[in-house]
Design a protein around this ligand. Structure first.
Ligand SMILES: Nc1nc2c(ncn2[C@@H]2O[C@H](COP(=O)(O)OP(=O)(O)O)[C@@H](O)[C@H]2O)c(=O)[nH]1
Ligand SMILES: [Mg+2]
Length: 324
């Protein structure tokens, strides 16, 4: 099952991978490593080149440093005297390091949280935050469908009362999925819309409230005040940061800022289907202290996969590459 998740297929059924640039450059680097380079003296040459590759693929500098540092620790510990081919060794060491960097320190299981809230006869309240265009609204629709498939009901709150068309956009998703959308007019108080949605869920025994919010620019103090107010009025059980993998390094400052201003429990990283670099996917878990819970990999409702470190690592270093 995991193997199936890890490989994607194009329309002709051929397998292909995400993060083209990062994967190809890592593979090139490893292919040219010779036995003489696996010595304390020359390991630093490998990690220097690796750092360059990682940074070019928009892995954050602190994350690239952490990866290179751990890699050199592992390589220095290994006994190489009788090694004729160092390449599989370097690749499996790098896989180990990446898996460790990508493994969240705490995990969040949304379906488990929904079930726990249901037992307490209270809806689970989830609010989504992030700048415009990162896929907040579509993520809400995808999660609504995922919850449906697992037998849970949800209601959407049209809390982006700022951007033209945003309320209709959520309403269209709601209609297609058969999910109720609680909305007011543009310019109305987003916290009041969220409040209505929570009351609706309580009175109709709905399992989950999914709250959309406005994006604008993350530096807007008005926006942050609006988002803080939603949090104060509604006290969401989960505050989810939504990011766009194509944003690259800027994503790191976005997640840091949202975390500082409103406190983030978890992230969703979208558009990994279009990301040849892969840096954001590698950095976000390392940089923010909270886990990535889902990856968005397309524009259809089913294009959402639970985050797993293996999924990312297998796209950077495919298992079959270990037989170099
Ligand atoms: N390729 C791709 N496009 C996505 C993904 N998630 C969202 N989008 C597209 O990104 C655009 C903005 O999405 P939207 O949900 O409106 O973003 P919002 O402004 O944060 O609410 C839309 O055209 C979506 O279809 C994804 O995972 N992959
Ligand atoms: Mg939106």
């Amino acid at each position: 099952m995991i193997a199936l998740l890890n490989l994607l297929c194009d329309f002709r059924g051929r397998e292909f991978y995400l993060f083209d640039q990062l994967r190809k450059n890592v593979s090139k680097l490893v292919k040219k490593i010779s036995i003489t380079e696996i010595s304390p003296k020359s390991i630093s040459k490998i990690t220097r080149e690796l750092k360059d590759i990682l940074i070019k693929s928009e892995v954050a500098v602190v994350t690239a440093d952490a990866i290179c540092e751990s890699l050199s620790v592992i390589l220095l510990k290994t006994e190489h005297a009788r090694l004729s081919n160092p390449k599989p060794l370097v690749l499996s060491a790098l896989r180990e390091v990446l898996l460790d960097i990508l493994s969240p320190k705490k995990e969040i299981d949304i379906l488990k949280r929904v079930e726990e809230a249901k037992m307490k006869r209270t809806p689970l309240i989830i609010a989504f935050f992030g700048v415009n265009g990162v896929g907040k609204t579509l993520s809400i629709a995808k999660l609504g469908k995922l919850l449906q498939k697992n037998g849970y009901s949800s209601v959407f709150a049209a809390g982006d009362t700022f951007r033209a068309g945003s309320i209709q956009q959520l309403q269209q998703h709601g209609e297609k999925l058969g999910i109720r959308v609680i909305a007011q007019t543009y310019g109305s108080d987003a916290a009041a819309v969220a409040f209505d949605a929570v009351n609706h869920a309580i009175s109709k025994n709905i399992d989950v409230v999914l709250i959309d919010t406005a994006g604008r620019i993350e530096t807007s103090s008005n926006l942050m005040a609006e988002l803080k107010k939603i949090c104060k009025v509604i006290e969401p059980d989960l505050k989810i940061f939504v990011g766009d993998a194509l944003t690259g390094n800027a994503l790191v400052s976005q997640v840091t800022l949202f975390n500082e201003k409103i406190g983030i429990d978890a992230s969703i990283l979208n558009k990994i289907d279009a990301d040849v670099k892969g840096g954001a996917a590698v950095s976000v878990t390392h940089i923010s202290s909270s886990p990535i819970i889902f990856l968005g990999k397309g524009q259809n409702y089913d294009d959402i996969v639970p985050f797993s470190p293996d999924f990312i690592v297998n796209n950077i270093i495919p298992a079959k590459q270990l037989n170099l």
